[in-house]
Design a protein around this ligand. Structure first.
Ligand SMILES: Nc1ncnc2c1ncn2[C@@H]1O[C@H](COP(=O)(O)OP(=O)(O)OP(=O)(O)O)[C@@H](O)[C@H]1O
Length: 244
């Protein structure tokens, strides 16, 4: 009984924050066809589950397609059968595309940059092929705040991954419907639902800046439990007169 109540509270919190993000940043409109980038990680599995559920509700009326990109030269062990079944059990069509990149062709760009650029390109192609006007990614609030802290610390820029990004040149909009959802809730949801963990065997992976920023965010929240909301609020409260 206690477990059920906790589950219901968690689901209510996640659904409320999803809808708050969607409404606040105008992420989904009537008639949208949305390609969901399904990596196989907990965040995009949750995104698919939540958007599939939402798409069956009358307003706004939108449809979804799940897409997985296989990067042939990276030994990720994506279980395509699991991803396909996961999507189809929720009434969502599943599509997959293979691509690859050669890190030796451009030594000025890091393999991580090339990988994510090529993955993004494959997602755009799939979105066009399947008549989608939007691509949804599984980044959540912690990802966005960690990127803000990374960009300030390492790039000298006050910027991050926005909830909504219109790419006019490609006639495509990238959305992040989990932008107000906390990572801790997604972890709990994943455990509750028993999402299968994906094996990551990337030879290049060492995103130490991100894990450092995760620690910084944790420390800030220790100092002020409201820190994440203040950081988020600061992005909409830039007081230019009080800046150099
Ligand atoms: N191979 C892929 N195929 C399709 N979409 C992807 C792929 N890799 C990443 N994405 C999309 O980009 C988002 C961010 O990617 P990132 O690599 O940070 O996440 P992840 O650690 O793979 O897993 P997740 O965010 O799903 O828990 C994912 O949530 C997903 O929407």
């Amino acid at each position: 009984m206690k477990k059920n109540t906790e589950e219901m509270r968690l689901l209510k919190r996640v659904r409320t924050r999803l809808m708050k993000g969607i409404c606040q940043y105008g992420l989904i409109e009537d008639g949208d066809r949305i390609l969901i980038g399904l990596s196989g990680g907990k965040d995009s599995l949750a995104l698919l589950e939540l958007l599939a559920e939402r798409s069956r509700i009358y307003k706004p009326k939108f449809s979804v397609v799940a897409a997985h990109v296989v990067m042939k030269n990276i030994a990720y062990e994506s279980d395509l059968g699991y991803l396909k079944a996961f999507a189809e059990e929720r009434g969502v069509p599943f599509v997959c595309e293979e691509t690859s990149f050669d890190p030796s062709t451009d030594s000025r760009k890091s393999p991580c940059f090339l990988c994510s650029w090529n993955r993004r390109k494959a997602l755009f192609t799939l979105a066009k092929e399947h008549g989608c006007n939007k691509i949804a990614l599984g980044h959540h609030m912690d990802d966005i705040l960690e990127t803000l802290l990374m960009n300030m610390t390492f790039q000298g820029a006050f910027s991050t991954m926005p909830p909504r990004l219109e790419m006019r040149k490609f006639d495509m909009t990238v959305i992040r419907p989990l932008c107000l959802v906390h990572e801790s809730d997604l972890k709990e949801l994943s455990a509750l639902r028993g999402y299968r963990k994906q094996m990551k065997n990337c030879p290049y992976e060492r995103d130490s800046h991100r894990s450092d920023m995760k620690e910084v965010l944790r420390r800030l929240e220790e100092m002020n439990p409201e820190a994440r909301y203040s950081l988020w609020g600061s992005m909409g409260n830039v007081q230019e007169d009080l800046l150099p």
